[in-house]
Ligand binder design. Structure first.
Ligand SMILES: C[S@@+](CC[C@H](N)C(=O)[O-])C[C@H]1O[C@@H](n2cnc3c(N)ncnc32)[C@H](O)[C@@H]1O
Length: 295
């Protein structure tokens, strides 16, 4: 299916320059199942300055967050991962067109399933932030397994984050947020979903404004019946995740309030394309941060 994103003009993802090329990623080794770490590649090496802090965005869509935030933060490397080919090409082309002006040398795009990338490719402890904004809600029960937030995903996110690193989540979708929270509460310790404290990074932010922006984000604002239903139907934590948990602190994460990135516009939470679209429709939003606790 074509979304007509190029408006008739070809999109150039600039493989090897902006888009991550097959050569850079390399093939998956034949013994990947027997030796799950054999396919790991360090994504920091794909950037001109590999020593900089590294952040990734899952489902970058048209690339609005990357383009806005990475320009304000040239000292951080950003990798956008997008599995829809046309959106990947659109976002990479958008970055490519800014490169001659000396901008966005710190942004690359990868055409891949982000959950698979984390699991099979991404080494331990390399990532400062994982951004997950307006993830597809997959509302039908038989499609819930396609949602990004799963116990296995949270285990891999913990593994690839630096100590103190963050998984930052925003959605407009009430039922997806309840699903997320029903998972999160098994990763942040009893009661934390209901009693999450503001992030230290919101210090100095006007509390009235923060509450207005983020008023629906915490567990206390979740419909209790919906949360109970989600808990009852949540997939079991797989054995492999229980084994991974033995090497993590208990709980592995703490849940914090979402602090807006610098690039968010006035009255916005994060300022992505989907937030802007949904804001016009009058939707409300949910947001939160899981911060990795160190061992
Ligand atoms: C609803 S859009 C949101 C796009 C953007 N984050 C925003 O807020 O405007 C979700 C995007 O995530 C992508 N996506 C969903 N699951 C993905 C996955 N597992 N790996 C990579 N991209 C994914 C979709 O193709 C889509 O472009």
């Amino acid at each position: 299916m074509s979304f007509g994103l190029g408006h008739g003009k070809p999109l150039d993802p600039a493989p090897g320059v902006v888009g991550v090329s097959d050569d850079e990623l390399g093939p998956l080794p034949d013994d990947i199942v027997a030796n799950p770490e054999s396919g790991r590649v360090d994504p920091r090496a794909w950037f001109e300055e590999p020593g900089r802090p590294f952040e990734l965005e899952i489902g970058s869509g048209k690339g609005t967050f990357l383009v806005q935030q990475a320009e304000l933060e040239p000292g951080t490397n950003f990798l956008g991962i997008e599995w829809a080919g046309e959106f990947y090409a659109y976002a990479a082309d958008r970055v490519r067109r800014r490169r001659p002006a000396g901008k966005l040398a710190n942004v690359r795009l990868l055409h891949a399933d982000a959950a698979e990338f984390l699991r099979w490719r991404c080494p331990d402890g390399v990532c400062r932030v994982i951004h997950l904004y307006f993830s597809d809600p997959w509302p039908k029960a038989r499609h819930h397994k396609k949602r990004v937030i799963q116990h296995r995903f949270l285990a891999e996110a913990w593994r690839v984050l630096e100590p103190g690193g963050e998984l930052r989540v925003v959605t407009d979708h009430d039922e997806l947020w309840v699903w997320d929270m029903a998972h999160f509460e098994q990763w942040v310790g009893g009661g934390a979903v209901e009693t999450a404290t503001p992030s230290p990074r919101t210090e100095g932010v006007d509390r009235g404004e923060a509450a207005r922006l983020h008023g629906t984000q915490m567990g206390t604002f979740i419909d209790a019946d919906a949360l109970a239903r989600a808990r009852a139907s949540l997939p079991e934590m797989p054995d492999v995740v229980r084994v991974m948990r033995q090497h993590m602190p208990d709980p592995p994460f703490e849940l914090l309030a979402f602090d807006r990135p610098e690039s968010a516009g006035s009255g916005e939470i994060v300022g992505t394309n989907f937030e802007r679209k949904f804001r016009v429709e009058g939707r409300s939003f949910h947001a939160g941060v899981l911060r990795k606790r160190a061992r």
